[in-house]
Write a protein of this length. Sequence first.
Length: 655
Amino acid sequence: MISISNLGKFFGEQTLFENVSIQFNPGERYGIVGANGSGKSTLLKILAGEEGPSEGNVSVPKTARLGVLKQDHFAYEEEAILDVVMMGHEELWTAMEEKEKVLANADKEFDADRYSELEDVIMANDGYAMEARAGEILEGLGIQTEVHRNPLSTLSGGFKLRVLLAQVLAAEPDVLILDEPTNHLDILSIRWLEKFLEGYRGCSLVVSHDHRFLDNVSTWIADVDYETILLYKGNYSAFERQKQEERDRREHEINKQEKKKAEQQAFIDRFKAKASKARQAQSKVKLIERMEVIELPKSSRRWPRFNFQQVRPTGKLVVEAEGINKSYGEGDAKNQVLHDVKLEIRRGDRVAIIGPNGIGKSTLLKVLVNAKDIPWGTPPDEGDVDWGHETYPGYFAQDHKEQLGTDGPGAKRTIEEWLWDFCPGEPVGFVRGQLGAVLFTKEEVKKKLSSLSGGEASRLILARQVVEKPNVLILDEPTNHLDLEAIDSLVKALDKYEGTLIFVSHDRWFVNRLATRILEISENGINDFEGTYEEYLEKLGDDHLDSDVVLRKARADKKKAKEAKAAAANGQGPGASKNELKKLERQRDEITKKIEKAENRVGEINEVFCDPSYFEKASPKEVRKLETEQKKLKGEIEAWMAEWEGVEERIGELV
């Protein structure tokens, strides 16, 4: 599909990569990994034709359509959200727009030939299903049906980027080029994207810092390191093993060469003065001169060092919240994100707060820190927060600019000055040592705060937590801007931390490595689970959140049917097209088949459980596995039934 030969990219004296010759094939999913600044995003820009290489060639078939994730949503601010998504298929969108113009001008002069040509384009690209396809993708990414006709400007920045992701996916390109697509996605949307990519038949190239996403999606890993790019078969975990094994093998070969060279040198040193051995010694000198010990290339990967200590232990009760309510907006626009929240966190807890975006996770953290007069907190509308004895929380906010003060006069300060404010009694050597530990070189300590990248800002704020030694760490999406190496280092440091940990994260690998308690916030309230993330999923089923999506979609379908009915009663509803009716009937039949299949499987499991001898023969693990499967199926049946009812209701209104 895409071939690159002798590819190189240089910026002045800096070499990102050179002499790269690889091929990206259809049907494969390539995870692009490497340290921040190694050239991952640059590689994607070269493949997309947005930037030229310094040397070498990129070959893409002329007929191949590329889908590239953009970050500039400002060009679409006044466009309807659904239209923005459909614009991703430029040929189809242009034909659809022109067709509308031809029809609008029909009473004056109808261009039948042009209309026929446009119809051919629309039919060839399955254009009449485009709106439905775009809507389904938006739903999967957490953007509800009721807002699809609103202007893009009505969404927050993170949801605008989801729309741009939907724009790429809906176009069904031959090649998907996605740079950090999981940024701004919650766990539910990330899992939906994984399933989408698993079913995608083209070639996908994805830059990501999410371990679990790369493990679940990638069939190959393209490693940008050592000033080159190498392909490894398998997912990220397989790549890590292969890369380490390869490095160990090369180190072993180098050690063998060095040992052999040392043995020859020892012979020379011992016998060079003896006449009988002089000729042999001289031949070995020539042999050593011909021996070339190849050094291992220097990796671009760097691991920061975090060392979180607590100034002193807290009391048993760390923080308690009671009756917390919090809303934003006024009148019809009022949005309640927290309702009657009750929470108690004890010393040593490692609490992961999860849930969809906009549900109130970050707000809950801000309400907690507000009670300690931390500047970036927010007060609740109602309720109380009480911190326990000897608690000294440290807070990592999502908004780095606000926490660093780069929106105001503080932007001109250096990172050295900023960090020194939090340890004023320490010498400059201590401050620079702390900055060096998080990968700021001697020259970089004088960098202005305003010039920091997202990853640099994250490392600097984490360095503050190191020097302040809080006994409660409160982290809001700490992995968002970190590369894989920094995330690894952060996990290891937090694993050793003896204080209490409260954090929000959509990184499932990060959550699973650290959490001993899961606090899931949903539309139905808070589910407080004592245990790890894997245990949480084992209890509830890995697809329990997917059922929530289907139920929300079913509710949206019912609402749409009621609106159509009301419009028809007022004489406003246009007649339903045969195509739409057929599509709904097919959808109903597919759902019916799913329900029947799931119900049959539930019946099979019931028959197994009815056998008195089964529980004597089966292991506890096997029994739990069947119980989990049965519970999962029942949840799916309930969700599908709700969806079936919604579709049936819509069919009834259209017949």
